[in-house]
Design a protein around this ligand. Sequence first.
Ligand code: PBG
Length: 317
Amino acid sequence: MRRLRGSESLRGLVRETRLEPSDFILPLFAVPGKGVRKEISSMPGNHQLSIDELVKECSDAHQLGISGVILFGIPETKDELASGAYAEDGIVQQAVRAVKREVPKLLVMTDVCNCEYTSHGHCGLVVDGEVQNDPTLEWLAKAAVSHARAGADVVAPSDMMDGRVAAIRKALDEAGFANTPILAYAAKFASVFYGPFREAAESSPQFGDRRSYQMDPANAREALREIELDLEEGADMIMVKPAMPYLDIIRQARDRFPAPLGAYQVSGEFSMLMAAIQKGWLDRDRAILESLTSIRRAGADFILTYFSREAARLLAS
Ligand code: PBG
């Protein structure tokens, strides 16, 4: 076996999995204001950005060959009804307009969820301490339409309510956005690895947790049912999230479903690697590329990752 490992050219020739900058989607956080660039302490190198700064980041990402960004919004104020999530001039809606105006070729995806917009931090309408499914679908559908109207290329529901893909598809079609694709966070697990994101998005639940809607990390067959349902409801692309602790789910999804498959290397995966890198315990460049290669090898077509910029630079050098 070692004959084919003797030089970089031979290794390159027989390499089975390749990474390209176009495999990556960069998550970004939009906040109100101007000239704001506030580092997220648990995610070194990532910032809450006001729209002017966010546009600069997008133009750099485009120059690096990254396919797109996924936008999250942190509104000025939060309320029980998540009204910022579906406001026509909400923070994400404004950010989408600005990015599509300044960097039109960059794919702009939007995360469709309510947890950044509710005062209690849950992903839907709460009645008597319980997240309500069907009333939440109306918010999600309104949010998706408002994103599409602002110019979003892809909408990505991450709330894990039942029936959201069908509700969003119907609303988009009725509003004249039959061509806007849905990337479903189809198999999204109730994961500890979202911790740093909740600092970034200021979206920690104020009571309880998300286990009544996000999936139990122990369940693989259930993940396949979730994906199947989302595809039946009209999802154009599917996603598994988190990525590295769920490579088996990515592989099973790839083998079972022909739809384009994304994986989200989430905040905690990023922070964990970054912490070890910063301590000098792991080599930065190799840790980034090996982690992303493993996700592609498991079967993901594209990866949402906070390492998009670094990885694209490494691949170009
Ligand atoms: C919104 C959402 C979350 C993430 C993406 N969309 C947070 C959550 O579900 O708690 C996490 C992304 C990350 O950790 O990088 N619901």
